[in-house]
Each structure stands twice: as C-alpha cells, then as structure tokens.
Design a binder for this molecule. Sequence first.
Ligand SMILES: *Cc1c(COP(=O)(O)O)cnc(C)c1O
Length: 356
Amino acid sequence: MEMHNFSSGPSILPPEVLQKASEAVLNFNNSGLSLIEISHRDPSFVEIMNSARNLALELLNLENKGYSALFLQGGASLEFVRVANNLLKVDGKAGYINTGNWANNAQNEAAYFGAVVEIASSKDKNYSYIPKNIVVPNNLDYLHITTNNTIYGTQFKDFPETDVPLVCDMSSDIFSRNLDFSKFDLIYACAQKNAGTSGINLIVVKDELLNKTRSIPNIMNYKKHIERESMYNTPSVFSVYVSYLTLKWLKDLGGIAAVDRRNLAKANLMYSEIDRNSLFYGTAAVEDRSTMNVTFFLKDEKLTTTFDELCLSEGIYGVKGHRTAGGYRASMYNALPMTSVQKLVEVMQRFETRFL
Ligand SMILES: *Cc1c(COP(=O)(O)O)cnc(C)c1O
C-alpha cells in the first residue's frame, strides 16, 4: 500500500534521500566502507560536513553575511540551554514569547541559567494564536521566539520589531518559506522536521553575537564549535549526511522559493477542507495558521475510532494530534507531496458522506 506520511517528527524524507542514505551505509562513495564506520576526520566526511554547512547558509541566503552554520548533537532541547549559555549575561536578562509547549520549555530551561522574562503569551487561549503588537523592552540580551508551534499549529507571519538580538527556534518551519533570514541573529532547528533526521541540530548564528560569551564549558560554546568547524567532538555522521542530502535535494528543487509555493498550495487545500467539511473544525486563529502543522478536531468525538480506522486502511500515517493537544494534526513538511494532501482530503470527504 502507498503510505502517506504526516508524522510530526521524525518525519517524511524525499525518496531520493532515503535511497542515497541507505547506499552510503552499505558502501560510501564506492570506498568499500560504510559511512558509519569511517573516521569523521576522513576527508570525504569533512567535505560532507563543510558542504552541509555551506548549503544551509546558501539556502537561507546568508552566505558571506557574517553568519556561521553548525551541525551539533543534542536535539532542539539542548539548544534551549546552549542559547542561554552563550547569550545570557551574568547580570542580564532574556525575553521569551510563550506560544506553545516548546516555547515554554525553551524559557524554563533558560531560567536555570539566568534571568528570563515572559514578554507575551498565548497560553490564555490554549496557544491557539500568536500575540500581536508585542512591545519588546530594549534592555534584553536577546528575544526568543518559536516561529512555528508544531503542537498547536500556529506560526508567526510577522516578527516583533526590535533592536535586541532575535533568536528563534525554527525547528518545524526552517527552509519552508521565503523570509528575510538576516532579520534573525540566531536560528536553530532540530533536523528531524524539515532538514534531515533526528540526532542533530542546525544552528545558524551571527558571528558578532558571540563576542562576549561568558565562561562556559567548550561543548556548550558556539564559538568553540565554529573554530573547530563543527568537529569539536565526534559529530553524528549519519544525521549530518542525511541533512546534507536533504539540503541538496532542496537546492535541486529550486530552493526555498520553490517549496514555499508548494507548501502554500498544500496548506490552502488542507485548510479549505477543514473549513468546508461539516464533521471537522480547526482551532488555530485563521491569520496565524501554520503551513507546516495543520491541527483539526472532530466535532463529534465519538467518530474518532471510525476515522482512525479509515486513515489506517488508506495508508494515512501520523495524523494523531500531540498527546497534550488531542485531536488531529497533519504535518506537511517540505518532503510531503501534494498527492498525500489530496489523499487525506479525499478521505475526509468520503468520511463526511458516510455520516451526513
Ligand atoms: C520538535 C521540536 C522541538 C524538540 O526537538 P528535540 O529534538 O526533540 O529536542 C523543539 N522545538 C520545536 C518548535 C519543535 O518542533
């Protein structure tokens, strides 16, 4: 059966990427050796690491603009800590915008290290919207936002106007839409949503931001990792390779501009169906709807098992909502083809005719 993979992460990868990654595990570059049994200092892997870092900057249009790219282990959750370690001064404070579970975790983790203030929150309405007209104090070491709220299906379309460094968790929408990425001083993203598989994070940081980093362990220190060209310690070689292949796939496709159009078309189709279908409803504020994670609910929860079974029988995988949010969530990352969205919409329509 053809599968339609709406998983929120780890998530769908392009078939070409899976093909090449599996070949490299068996026989990397016709060397007779596996990618995952050679030294990370081998010139062939060093080249992969450098290409991946360069591709990330190129796709974000941040080449030669004073930014560095890193691929480090730890998941986005480690970056919550590393960001604070690098940017939060001894007597300083950081601002956080609380738009969901991940945003809240980022804030709580930073609070172990220094002073944080919540600048705005959408918790009052169960994170169903993005706060607007946010006034950002100018005495912050940085302002942290989560550009796309993976669990609740909301996404920043405009960004707070501020002179303080803007740091963002872009885990679930990096490389998915045209933005002026030079607006941001530090971007981080776990790879398993739009940039590869789990095991690594991409960090893109403005070099000048790291000039005054306080004394912290090397493994936490972005500056140290940049000096060592993302090889301070053994990288997750397989994950880096999958990211390299994924970014190359994106470049060959036409870069962010090309997927931006595709992603908008997918999101429009999905949201039109949710709005039209009498059995379902969405909760995210219309103007803040995410193009990556579409959340929706059944009006009659008693139909849950029937709809789940229908999805299963049609090869629709991973649409169950996050355990804290309930309902359904269709994650539609770059690699998800339009045909999978059409399939889900068709199944929702067929489901409706059964119960009308
Ligand atoms: C998935 C996700 C995370 C968590 O990433 P881990 O790699 O599991 O630590 C953090 N932030 C956002 C926005 C996410 O979507």
